[in-house]
Design a binder for this molecule. Structure first.
Ligand code: GDG
Length: 428
């Protein structure tokens, strides 16, 4: 065995993106949390480099050995867009849209998981620790158990684990359970996810735990006073600035929060408000994502048509990502943050917003169905399936109590992503 690394992270994506001159580290929380561990333990990362059909040799980026896994266009369609994001994603988010069950997708999923497991086995030294991430790679722990019984394998699920009744719909449920069973430790975001899983396996199966993921507070710089003033001036100095930041995904409840704002405007319960909504393009070739985009953009147009004025729309909508620095300024400037998913494993945006508000200003409207709601109890909680509940939470948030934001800020400052990674790895 020509293994080299004592610690291997396995994730769908490598933590790098192609730049004009080579590769640059992509600024995710996971890489921020794991980079110190990876460097200290001669670690490596196994994942897809983000280019279908490109064979890329292993390389090193910022002190981390990267092992690219090859996916062709067909794998991308059947494994990633198909099984991962049109079957597992909707099933695990409680059927907000109907999952499709397709044998061809399943076979691609199995093949790609095999490929990831073999690449991992080749990268891992004897008795190495391997940490597999997320729903795209649920079979990898089971395959590794067979290939390399010497390894210690952890698995973390970033998205919710559904109730047993829903999970049992999956035609390949036994194979997925065998995949989990190959791990020494399976981590979930919330105790509820862990309970759902345990209800299926009883006392059998691997050790489990709830490890709520968090953020690297340093990665999102707060906006300075000048930036914030400039930003608010560019919005026409509204009395109230609200903000939404999401991947454009049907799980995030973007339309419903816009409907709540529209209702409040109509009833005259909200005035002089500017809403900034960033919708980061995501999984754009999947029909349900196209439909979600159409619905959101139609609502933005309608609301601005009804309540905007020339030169000052109500909703400022961007369908693109912005640099982290701009994101920090938006978080800092916003009086009310709107986080209204129908279901979300955690939701890091909620924690990033809180992290930008150490002094008690700002208020968070948060769905009960986001994992973050288990920790951020001082948010203005709402049920996103009930638009009037979002309306009420917005009204309460506008009159927000600074003590609540300060309490949440203390919590997030103490429970960062480094602590999350350390908790999981210590347990492993
Ligand atoms: C999955 C689970 C779980 C957003 N807009 C921009 C931008 N972002 C960054 C945010 C944040 C991240 O993207 C989004 O993370 P979330 O947690 O909110 O949501 P998912 O993408 O659905 O993540 C989720 C997470 O995994 C981790 O376990 O919390 O429940 O669904 O960090 O800052 N970054 C930049 N520009 C943008 O415009 N640079």
């Amino acid at each position: 065995m020509s293994g080299v690394s004592d610690f291997v992270v396995v994730a769908n994506r490598l933590p790098v993106d192609r730049t004009d001159t080579g590769w640059g580290t992509s600024p995710g929380g996971l890489v921020a949390a794991l980079a110190p561990v990876l460097r200290a333990r001669s670690g490596s990362w196994v994942g897809w480099p983000g280019e279908a059909g490109a064979r890329i040799e292993p390389f090193t980026s910022e002190g981390i050995d990267l092992h690219p896994v090859y996916l062709d266009e067909c794998d991308f369609q059947n494994f990633y867009e198909g099984m991962a994001n049109s079957t597992l994603w909707p099933l695990y988010h409680d059927l907000i849209v109907a999952p499709r069950y397709d044998n061809l997708w399943w076979e691609a999923y199995r093949d790609v998981n095999e490929r990831f497991a073999h690449a991992t086995a080749a990268a891992a030294a004897r008795n190495a620790v391997v940490w597999v991430q997320d729903y795209q790679l649920q079979l990898v722990p089971g395959i590794l158990r067979r290939l390399r019984p010497d390894l210690t394998v952890g698995f973390f699920l970033h998205i919710p684990f559904p109730s047993p009744d829903l999970f049992r719909q999956l035609p390949w449920r036994n194979e997925v359970m065998e995949g989990f069973a190959g791990a020494d430790l399976v981590g979930f975001q919330r105790a509820e996810d862990e309970r759902n899983y345990r209800a299926l396996v009883g006392d059998a199966g691997p050790r489990t735990g709830a490890f709520p993921i968090s953020i690297d507070p340093a990665a999102i710089p707060r906006g300075g006073q000048g930036d914030v003033e400039k930003l608010r001036a560019s919005l026409g100095n509204p009395v109230t600035m609200m903000l939404g930041v999401d991947r454009l995904d049907y799980t995030k409840g973007i339309l419903h929060r816009l409907l709540a704002v529209e209702n409040l405007l109509e009833k005259g319960l909200l005035s002089d408000v500017a809403v900034v909504q960033l919708a980061i393009p995501s999984r754009e070739r999947i029909d349900q994502y196209k439909q979600t985009r159409r619905e959101v953009e139609e609502a933005v147009g309608r609301i601005n048509g009804r309540f905007g004025r020339v030169g000052s729309p109500v909703v400022h909508y961007l369908h693109r990502a912005v640099p982290k620095r701009d994101l920090g300024a938006l978080y800092t400037a916003a009086d009310v943050m709107l986080v209204t998913p129908f279901k979300d494993g955690m939701n890091l945006v909620a924690k990033e917003y809180v992290s930008c508000h150490p002094d008690g200003d700002g208020a968070l409207v948060l769905s009960e169905f986001a994992g973050a709601a288990a920790e951020l109890r001082d948010a203005y909680l709402c049920n996103p399936f009930d638009v009037s509940s979002i309306e009420q939470a917005i009204i309460d948030a506008v009159a927000g109590d600074p003590a609540r934001m300060r309490a949440m800020h203390r919590w997030v400052a103490q429970h960062d992503v480094a602590r999350w990674a350390a908790c999981f790895l210590d347990e492993l």
